[in-house]
Design a protein around this ligand. Structure first.
Ligand code: HEM
Length: 164
């Protein structure tokens, strides 16, 4: 519970900052409309999930879209690729868009047990940061976890104009 719930939310907030740094118009919108916090969380997790994949083991042979998966095979399910599949999602980053669900919290019986906590924390944190950190821009010196398993920034220096 501690590891599952601590690093994930922290990393996901760092990835949210990374995403919004490339979308300043969306950051300004979030500052103006804090009620978009919950949707911002979903949109960030769709395009930039901290949990890049979840792993399963095939328990019986089956075929999926012409690919035979044999029992005993380890399968990595890529949340980022699923969330940005152009056959399902219109390209772009838009915190007002209505989207299908993403897989940033996994899926099925092992769906994240702490998702209500994580969603509540981040949907409060992001609008607050957007209001207080105006015109954010990345400064040199960011360090990153590997782009694998659970990822995110170890440090992400950001310059900004203080807001109210
Ligand atoms: C942004 C934050 C979070 C992300 C991205 C996240 C992501 C995930 C994912 C992808 C899974 C599914 C793993 C799998 O199917 O193999 C999972 C499971 C789990 N998460 Fe989270 N999580 C977050 C926050 C939390 C929090 C805050 C808690 C606890 C308070 C938590 C507790 C758990 C637990 C206990 C499981 C295992 C559920 C099971 O196996 O049935 N997570 N999480």
């Amino acid at each position: 519970m501690i590891f599952g719930g601590f690093d994930t939310t922290r990393n996901q907030l760092g990835l949210a900052m990374q995403t919004f740094l490339s979308h300043p118009d969306q950051w300004r919108l979030l500052a103006q409309r804090p009620e978009l916090g919950a949707k911002a969380v979903e949109e960030v997790m769709r395009v930039n999930p901290t949990t890049r994949w979840v792993t399963r083991e095939v328990i019986e042979d089956f075929e999926y879209e012409g690919v035979l998966l044999k029992a005993g095979t380890t399968v990595h399910l890529y949340a980022e690729s699923a969330g940005t599949d152009p056959r399902v999602f219109t390209p772009g980053f838009d915190i007002t868009a209505e989207r299908k669900p993403h897989f940033g919290f996994g899926g099925g019986v092992h769906y994240c047990l702490g998702h209500f906590v994580a969603r509540a924390d981040m949907s409060e944190a992001l609008p607050l940061l957007a209001r207080r950190m105006r015109n954010p821009h990345e400064l040199p010196g960011a360090t990153w976890l590997p782009d694998s398993g659970n990822t995110g920034p170890n440090t992400l220096p950001i310059g900004f104009t203080p807001g109210a």
